[in-house]
Each structure stands twice: as C-alpha cells, then as structure tokens.
Design a protein around this ligand. Structure first.
Ligand code: NAD
Length: 472
C-alpha cells in the first residue's frame, strides 16, 4: 500500500490542524498563525567562471511576524522550492515558540547544488542574494536574521555579514544581521555542537521522568541506556558524544555505506577517525558490520536517534523498529504513517520540532552577544573566580580541612563563554521538555508528544497575537 503524499507545507498544516483541536483559539486566529506572512521569490543573474550567465532561483519566507526579527537558515540545494521553504519557515515559528526564543519563523533557499559551483561563484551568489534581501528589507538585526542550513556554513554567513555591513555603514548592531558566523566574525562558542547537545539534553530530561520511563518499562536516567545513532555528521556525532560521556552506550552507528554494532558501546571519535582513514564506517575493530545501513534502525535498543535524513522511518519499516524512544535529531525522519504506527506500538517519539532546536537557541545567544557587543563571561569570569577562591579559603580556614586539587579547580572556575552557552541551552531544553510533557499530561486526549509540542507552540503564538491586539 503506498503512503498518501502531501506537500511538505500541507503535512505541516495537517499536524497543526490535528493539534489546534486541543486549543481554544478562534478559527481566524488559527489561520493567521498558520499562514506565511511574507514570501519573497527572486531571480537574479550571476556570471559563471566559464563566462556564461546563469539565472538563480531563490527564496526568503517570513512565516510569522508575531515576533521580530524572523529567524531561520538559508539552504543551498537542488531540491529548494517555494513549498519547502514555506514549510521550513513555519516549523521555525513553532520551534522558536517552544524554546522561548523570541523570534518569528523564517527560512531561505537558493536552488543550486553547491558542489557544482566554485568558491568564487558561491561567493557571488551569496553576496547577490544578500543584496536582494537588503533591497526588500528582508534582512537585518531587527527584521530577519538568517543562519546556516543544508549546504551552507560559517563561510557563507561571513559573506552575508560582510555584504550587509558594507551596505549599512555605521549601523552599530549590523553584526546581528546573521548568525552561525565564525567566532572571529562575531560568532559564539558552542554553536557547532549545539544541536547535538540540545538533542542530548532533551532526551535526558525525558529519561529523567519516572512516569514516562515506567510506561516504557525503562529505568530513569541515561546511564547504561543502549543508543543507536543514524548519521555521523555534525548532529549525530555530537549527540553520540554527549550520550557516551554521560554513561550511555552507543551500541550502533549507521552511515550511508553501512552500519556497525558493538554491544559494549562505540566511541564516536574513534569511529569518525576510522571512517576518515579507510573511507568507510565498516570493519571498525571489535564491531560487527551490518551490510544494510537501514538495518540499524531495526536493532534492539532503548533510544534511536535518526540524525541523517528525512523519511528514513516510513510505512515499510516502522513496524520493525524495536527502540522504546525515538529522538528526532534530523528534520522529519518519520513519515506521518510511521508516526502513527509507532505511537500505536507505544514508542515514545520526541519530536524534531523542538528536540533539534539547539542550533536556533544558540543562534539566539549569538544575536544577543552581537547586540551587547561583549563576549559572554568577559565581565564576570574573574570576579566569580576571586569570590569563589575567597569563599573556599574561608571554609578551609574555618573547618581546618582542604579540598583536593580537582575539586578546587572546579569550584574556583568562573564561567567562559562556552560554559554559559551550554548552561543556557540546558535550561532551554529542560524547560521546553517539561512544558510539552505537562501539556501532554494535562489533556489525556492528546495522543502523542508531537501533538503536545504543537499545542504548546500554538498557544504561545496565539497568546502573542492576542496580546498584540492586532485584530481591532
Ligand atoms: P551532516 O551533513 O553533517 O550529517 C548527515 C550525516 O548523515 C552525514 O554524515 C551523511 O553521510 C549521513 N547519511 C546520509 N545518508 C545516510 C543514510 N542513508 N544512512 C545513514 N547516514 C546517512 O548534517 P547535520 O548538520 O548533522 O544534519 C543532520 C540532520 O539534522 C538534518 O536533517 C538536518 O536538517 C537536521 N538539523 C541539523 C541542525 C544543525 O545544526 N546542523 C539543526 C537542526 C536540524
């Protein structure tokens, strides 16, 4: 039986409508929340290295102006189309609302395969795209703040920044026009690992909830939990790293060429180095090869982390999934049909919409850093260290005892930028998880955590619109 297909924006709308039934907002307001507020499609030419002229197709969508600026990545991909950019922008609105990042959702895209263009061509495309955004007031620290997405990274963000700054001389907050920048260009430490760390914090918080673990027949906490990770890219690598460092066992890792299994746990860095040296994840010392990469998704485990592509768990394999918890690190790894099968099986699906919000959360911290023009920790680090040293000295004098060197270092340490970013991210993910689970518990008719997440998002955006009083 083939699965019913919806456009991406339609399927986001479908999930929204399913959740909206559990809210009390009037229909008109729900329509306003759902629709994209501004869609900008542009075409512009660039001259290629071979002398020919090529016309580019590009988009920027501002899904919601209930809070400004809008926020969302810029994607370079052959697959870019208006529907996809609209859907991704809508998801950004809901994602930001859930993690209390005060932005509306946005997304941008250029329909190119970046591998087919030289660095010089990509620079021309990125700078011209930025100029087009400036022309229509679709970029700026207070209007719309792009970030990296599929096919873009720090390099492209630095080009965007430079183009924006050169066209806005003297604008004191210009650095906040884009996030995901190199640290030397106003970026923030901790951005690279933010999504994986956020996934870890979110799943850990769920694992710390006794009522959920009891239902799944699991003990609380992440220690000794068996984890399978699909995709050893940025998100998968860091998710595996934080799980391992906190006592879980990463029993399998899948890449597109195959998967490996090791009962007593894999070290992601060693696997990464092995793959770098041999060109494949397979034949890792001490591990068993799984010839078909997709088999890893069906392994016996406690937590499955799809961190590669969309639609990897679908109508054809969902029934074979044995994990008790699925943490959606990738965007859209489950099809709607798979979602229904898994929920019916009692699997706990932690939804992508908030679970992979670590990137945008730390982007928010980067934007705040840019607006405040000072590195996190610069003002208080030394003060805190002096104070801690003093308190410790007093305690040692009063008790006549001394703490050991390791404890001394830990207690005296004042926060660096990365400490504060991690701490802010942990608070954000823990808080968001609790809000979603509380919404879910407070209404037994809400069928799953994804719907609960949408309910939280709709209520927050709805409240924001209602309080703005925009409907006279
Ligand atoms: P990435 O390109 O760094 O990593 C993806 C990895 O998946 C690659 O190593 C790739 O080889 C592997 N892969 C591809 N096909 C596979 C297959 N069939 N089986 C197993 N592995 C396969 O990308 P990323 O930044 O880690 O993003 C992964 C997912 O997380 C995407 O869905 C992305 O949209 C989502 N996401 C990323 C971020 C972020 O901050 N990077 C934020 C939110 C969501």
């Amino acid at each position: 039986m083939s699965e019913q297909t919806y456009s991406f924006f339609e399927s986001v709308t479908k999930s929204f409508d399913k959740a909206a039934k559990f809210t009390t907002w009037e229909q008109g307001l729900l329509e306003q929340i759902k629709e994209c507020n501004a869609v900008y499609q542009m075409k512009f030419p660039i001259r290629r290295d071979d002398g020919s002229i090529e016309v580019m197709e590009a988009y920027r969508v501002q899904h919601s102006h209930h809070k400004t600026p809008c926020k969302g990545g810029i994607r370079f991909s052959d697959e870019v189309n208006q529907d996809e950019v609209m859907a991704l922008a809508a998801l950004m609105t809901y994602k930001c609302a859930i993690v209390n990042v005060p932005f509306g959702g946005g997304k941008g895209g250029i329909k190119i395969n970046p591998r087919k263009y030289s660095a010089f061509e990509l620079q021309k495309i990125t700078r011209r795209y930025t100029a087009e955004l400036i022309r229509k007031n679709f970029i700026g620290p207070g209007t719309d703040v792009p970030a990296p997405d599929y096919g873009t990274g720090e390099r492209e963000m630095a080009w965007i920044l430079d183009t924006y700054v050169s066209m806005h001389p003297g604008e004191v907050d210009a650095m906040g026009c884009v996030t995901g920048k190199p640290v030397s260009q106003g970026g923030v430490r901790g951005r690279k690992e933010a999504t994986g760390l956020g996934v870890f914090y979110g799943v850990r918080e769920v694992c710390n909830m006794p009522h959920l673990m009891e239902k799944l027949g699991l003990t609380t906490g992440v220690v000794s939990k068996r984890v399978v990770v699909q995709g050893l890219g940025n998100v998968g690598y860091h998710t595996a790293k934080f799980f391992r460092e906190h006592g879980a066992k990463v029993v399998a890792i899948a890449e597109y060429e195959g998967a490996i299994f090791k009962e007593d746990g894999l070290n992601e860095e060693e696997v990464f180095q092995h793959r770098k040296a041999t060109g494949s994840i397979l034949n890792f010392p001490g591990a068993v090869n799984l010839a078909k990469s997709g088999d890893a998704l069906e392994l016996e485990c406690d937590i499955l982390i799809p961190a590669a592509l969309e639609n990897v768990i679908n109508g054809s394999n969902a029934a074979n999934v044995k994990a008790k918890i699925i943490g959606e690190a990738a965007n859209g790894p489950l099809t709607p049909e798979a979602d229904e099968i898994l929920v019916a099986k009692g699997v706990l699906v932690i939804p992508d919409m908030y679970l992979n919000a670590g990137g945008v959360t730390v982007s928010y911290f980067e934007w705040l850093k840019n607006l405040s023009h000072v590195r996190y920790g610069r003002m208080e680090k030394r003060f805190t260290e002096n104070l801690n040293r003093h308190i410790l000295g007093q305690m040692e004098e009063l008790t006549g005892k001394q703490v050991n060197a390791v404890e001394r270092k830990f207690i005296e340490h004042g926060p660096d930028e990365v400490d504060l970013v991690y701490s802010g991210l942990e608070e954000t993910m823990v808080e968001a998880t609790r809000e979603i689970v509380n919404a879910w518990r407070s209404n037994p008719a809400i069928p799953d955590m994804r719907t609960a997440a949408y309910v939280v998002a709709i209520n927050k955006v709805g409240t924001s619109y209602a309080e703005l009083g925009i409907f006279p």
